[in-house]
Design a binder for this molecule. Structure first.
Ligand code: ZN
Length: 296
């Protein structure tokens, strides 16, 4: 699982050089497969499937050429609304907000001064985290799903305007692939699958809201000529999600459960290893069995 692949990023990214070293390693040590192969069950023990989340512009500009020169292909997972309607996702707005300033305590104060019950909101949104300090955890959690939705979006929008940009459309145009570019990825032999419409945590939504997200996601995949499979935003799903996906004829779905896939894994709950959790030195020394900690 990759997200950003870019140099000089303040967001958590693989640099282009590190990415290319990883691809060389994968091409030399593993048997790269396509999602189609996984669905058909025909994959070897050393199979490797490369996936790229969030429909970022560099997936066409940087990632696809690097894959193609090595004879590899990728599974690209663009969120529908961001690509089709040029609107930044809350997850990226939060990432760029956190990257815009080192003073996450001040950002947290900006949230707390806008809520009714700051002590409870702080306590509810600061679980222990393996590498982020509580100020950072708080901003991420509160702005992802720790507040009532309307209030959460209003606060995020205000902080984003204040610290990142007032021009959301230009921000989206710079950050995301277009519909035509998603089609181009398909035409160049890559697989494009769904990643939600608004990139919501499906496991937190009721049945009608999940159905709406998934039907719109399937419509987006059809629009770009992709493969009807899903990459769960944040890995989030529940029994309702799985039942809906079966009803909608979804071929496979990717989670963020951080381990290697086996043939016993159900196709609708395939685990993935986040490359941000891998140390390059370790990658170069040996095949990895996956990180032990939870994926962000
Ligand atoms: Zn995502």
């Amino acid at each position: 699982m990759y997200h950003y692949v870019r140099d000089g990023a303040r967001v958590h990214a693989r640099t282009v050089g590190d990415f290319e070293r990883e691809l060389d390693h994968v091409a030399a040590r593993y048997s790269p497969v396509r999602l189609d192969d996984v669905v058909r069950g025909g994959w070897p023990d050393d199979a490797c499937l490369l996936t790229f989340d969030d429909g970022l512009a560099e997936h066409l500009g940087t990632v696809a050429p690097a894959l193609e020169t090595r004879g590899l292909s990728g599974v690209f997972c663009p969120p529908g609304e961001a690509v089709a309607e040029r609107r930044p996702l809350d997850v990226q707005k939060t990432q760029f907000l956190l990257a815009a300033t080192d003073d996450h305590e001040a950002l947290g104060d900006g949230i707390l001064e806008r809520v009714e019950d700051p002590e409870r909101i702080w306590a509810d949104n600061t679980p222990p985290h393996r590498f982020d300090p509580p100020e950072t955890v708080f901003v991420k959690r509160a702005l992802q799903d720790g507040l009532p939705d309307e209030q959460r979006r209003a606060i995020l929008d205000a902080l984003f305007r204040e610290h990142v940009t007032e021009d959301e459309r230009a921000f989206a145009d710079e950050l995301y692939l277009t519909v035509a570019q998603c089609r181009e990825l398909v035409a160049r032999g890559h697989e494009v699958i769904g990643h939600g419409w608004r990139h919501r945590r499906l496991g937190l939504l009721d049945e009608p809201a999940q159905r709406d997200e998934l039907e719109r996601t399937r419509g987006f995949v059809e629009l770009v000529g992709g493969t009807w499979a899903l990459c769960y935003p944040y890995g989030s799903r529940d029994a309702t999600t799985l039942a809906l996906l079966r009803g909608l004829g979804c071929a496979a779905a990717l989670t963020t459960d951080p381990r290697r896939a086996t043939r016993d894994d159900p196709l609708l709950e395939l685990p993935r290893i986040d490359t941000n959790d891998l140390q390059l030195e370790v990658v170069e020394l040996a095949r990895v069995d996956g990180p032990v900690a939870e994926s962000p």
